[in-house]
Design a binder for this molecule. Structure first.
Ligand code: NAD
Length: 489
């Protein structure tokens, strides 16, 4: 059995305790993970705090920080197969996706590497004679980065990349559900040559490790990705340290398909939106809104495509749909689908475990027609391969349904009518609108949600500023004595 270690203050170490991690494709324990608990988490934060002002890191120029990040990117690119195999073993995510995503993660680090020496302060045209004033932009301090189990290398890149480019130090808490890829990634941090304590990678459970980290008095910034319920804990924890916090949360993203769309392309995008990554994606297009006169034909196409998806061992390149990450997650999906069918939703395809998969946490690609029905699958984030379908008559109704959710992470619009596309882009309440495409991401384009999908944006030029704060500097340039002390200057 493989045994993973924490990375604290530049050293690899066992946890005070450990726990087992199961391979979702077999249901069997495949690795032993360290548990940082409260003490290990506290030590990691203290190491990051010490490293923040240590000249080995604090005195590096921005360009030197960028070079470290470029080195890290090259190491990631050279280690894609090893990292992808671990992520697939721990999460069940198919190797096709983990390999391509991790290869792209290298480009995310390159993007932030290039930004490191483009963080600029400002010289201010002060309105007072005999004074100079300027702004310094300084790294914010110790960052607590918390990620869920899906796409951890990617979700941590959009936190570590800007934080390191800006000169912060970090404690990253990998998800206890599947910490393998992040703990292994620490090897590359070490090899790239980041000074001890600059990046610390630990794992453990929410109530101990997560809570200690997010309430720690030495933490200045929290970058959290996960579910809204956990986010509420994180915000409550951060009342202790008043850390600047960003939240990337879940979604119930709509894909709106009009009858004039390129139908086959739209169907492929819907498949990508809900069945890629076995639907375990924050931007999963889990609500299909389809124009009524197209619905039956479109569902036929979708059901055919869903039936052709190759289910299997996620480590095999040809596999298109792997298992769900946890047994608990599959049980929850089964319950919600059953409740939806009881509520009147019509099962178009799937709705059960695939035949021949006695081991592992597999679930068939599932389509539920929920038109005219009060189905729980329409409202709850399932984080699985379950598509809820609703028909609409016109643009107004499409928009009303698209916005009928407290979430607002992503959305898709499929139409050949450019003017209509623009109208919907303006009116959909979501942080991302994909028009005639879906599930495209880039370090260059900000990512984040409205409403219960959280606040803050990751990616894009401005995201690096979220890891800095300004310091206003005033300098008197005359030798005149300080004037009347009882009047504000
Ligand atoms: P989760 O909220 O259960 O856990 C996320 C992380 O929070 C884990 O590392 C967990 O240990 C930690 N945690 C738990 N309790 C904590 C506490 N009290 N204090 C601090 N940390 C605590 O999420 P999950 O089930 O692992 O992941 C699925 C969720 O993540 C879904 O809602 C999904 O949509 C969301 N997600 C969002 C994005 C995005 O970028 N918007 C990306 C991926 C996943």
């Amino acid at each position: 059995m493989r045994k993973f270690q924490h990375y604290i203050d530049g050293r690899f170490e066992e946890g005070p305790a450990s726990f087992e991690s199961r391979n979702p494709a077999t249901g069997e324990v495949w690795a032993l993970m360290p548990d940082a608990g409260r003490d290990g988490t506290d030590r990691a934060v203290k190491a990051a705090h010490r490293a923040f002002t240590d000249p080995a890191w604090a005195d590096l120029t921005a360009t030197q920080r960028g070079k470290l990040l470029y080195r890290l990117a090259d190491l990631i690119a050279a280690n894609v197969p090893a990292l992808a195999a671990i992520e697939t073993a721990d999460t069940g995510k198919i190797i096709r996706e983990t390999s391509s995503q991790i290869a792209y993660v290298a480009d995310y680090y390159r993007y932030y590497a290039g930004l490191a020496d483009k963080i600029q302060g400002a010289y201010l045209p002060i309105d007072k004679p005999g004074m100079e004033a300027w702004l310094r932009r300084e790294p914010i301090g110790v960052v607590a980065a918390i990620v869920p189990w899906n796409s951890q290398l990617f979700l941590s890149a959009v936190k570590l990349g800007p934080a390191l480019a800006a000169g912060c130090t970090i404690v990253l808490k990998a998800s206890e559900e599947a910490p393998g890829p992040m703990l292994d990634f620490a090897r590359l941090i070490h090899e790239a040559g980041f000074p001890p304590g600059v990046v610390n990678i630990i794992t453990g459970f929410g109530a101990e490790c997560g809570a200690t980290l997010t309430s720690h008095p030495l933490v200045s910034r929290i970058a959290f990705t996960g579910g809204p319920e956990t986010a509420r804990h994180v915000l409550r924890n951060s009342a202790a340290n008043l850390a600047v916090t960003s939240l990337e949360l879940g979604g119930k993203s709509p894909i709106v398909v009009f009858s004039d769309a390129d139908i086959d392309s739209a169907a492929n995008a819907v498949v990508a939106g809900i069945f890629a990554a076995t639907g375990q994606s924050c931007v999963a297009g889990s609500r299909l809104l389809v124009q009524r006169d197209l619905k039956d034909r479109f569902l036929e196409i979708l059901a055919r495509k869903a039936g052709q998806i190759r289910i299997g061992d996620p480590q095999q390149k040809e596999t298109e749909l792997g298992p769900l990450a946890t047994e608990r997650q599959r049980d929850r999906i089964e319950k919600i689908v059953a409740a939806s069918v009881t509520a009147g939703a019509r099962l178009i395809t799937g709705g059960k475990r695939p035949d021949g998969f006695d081991r592992g946490f597999y679930y068939l690609p599932t389509i539920l027609d929920c038109t005219g029905v009060n189905s729980p699958s329409v409202d709850e984030e399932l984080f699985g391969p379950v598509l809820s379908v609703l028909a609409f008559d016109d643009e107004d109704e499409a928009l009303r349904l698209a916005n009928a959710t407290p979430y607002g992470l992503a959305s898709g619009v499929f139409t050949r009518d450019l003017a209509r596309a623009h109208r919907l882009v303006r009116k959909i309440r979501a942080g991302i609108v994909w028009v005639n495409t879906y599930r495209a991401i880039s370090p260059i384009v900000p990512f984040g949600g409205y409403g219960l999908s959280g606040f803050g944006r990751e990616g894009g030029l401005d995201s690096i500023l979220d890891y800095t704060r300004t310091k206003s500097v005033w300098l008197k340039t005359t030798d005149d004595p300080f004037p009347d002390p009882f009047v504000m200057r």
